[in-house]
Ligand binder design. Sequence first.
Ligand SMILES: [Zn+2]
Ligand SMILES: [Zn+2]
Length: 332
Amino acid sequence: MKCPVCKKGCIQPAIEVLAEIEQRYPACPACAPEPNLDKTAGSKLLPERVERCRSCGKATLDGVMLDALRLLQGYGLRDEDETLRSVGSPLIEVGYPLAYSPRLGPRSLILSGDRYSKEAAQAMLEQIPEIKGVILSRGVAGVIASGKKPQENVLMAGCDMRADISQSLFGETVIYKSQSRIHIEFSRQSAPKMRILEQLYLQGKLRDVVDGLAGPGTLGLMCVLAGAKRVVLNDAWLASVQNVLLNLEVNRSLLGIDEIEYPETSRSTVGRAPVLVGRAHGACEIEVYHGDLLRLFSRARPADICLIDHFPGANTAELERACRCCKEIVIV
Ligand SMILES: [Zn+2]
Ligand SMILES: [Zn+2]
């Protein structure tokens, strides 16, 4: 599938990602043991480099981060007392809860951090084969609160498209994210939300669901997998909604989708009045809206359950009032 960011084939259908995930990150029998470098030690105390495996060609995560640190030092962007941790957050291309440190093949890691220059980011992409993209981070991406200016990080080089595998008792989905524009959520952080969905499912409540602040679609699409008959996904942030539409396509066969339509298009980065940008038919009727949740029910039919997955600590009182027409509101 064509990637909307780099226009190359870096998007795989969910069934392929899931079928190959167990082979993606383990070491081969010839791989050297983990170097276990000290992440908080100044770089003077670290080796110059960690070699890739001669047999499988894969690198350790420490090895890639060390290469990035040395390269940033070469550009004067890190000093010799700085640590591996100073390089940034390593985001593997397909996020999956691993019991071991991943061994990385080509173009399998996206770096998100600060104090990068355009030249250094480009050099990382050219000289470190495992790096797929470099994101200059300014904070949490997306629309933090209604009416506030949205925040976007900057893709400095390469492609920022990556996926997280979401797991629940209903099964697994693959949720792609254009990561410079979508907030980073590790699988352990989304797990408590999945437990909430599982509880609702066991109570027979996941039939008719609105995912009001859907992001890239993690919870809403899991409700489809759980057998819901209607799911409405809404987000004000255009990047999120574009990711939802991509994820419908990626997870199409898993979700029993027969047909996807795109009735309307939306161009504003932050939506206000609801625009129906996608509709899918099949085992479940799915609607995707771009707009402010405060206005969603001026157009979408209210549901039995309205999920509100807000940023931690956000005040949801106004949203709850706007969603009162649904039978039950669940803050996740
Ligand atoms: Zn791409
Ligand atoms: Zn190996």
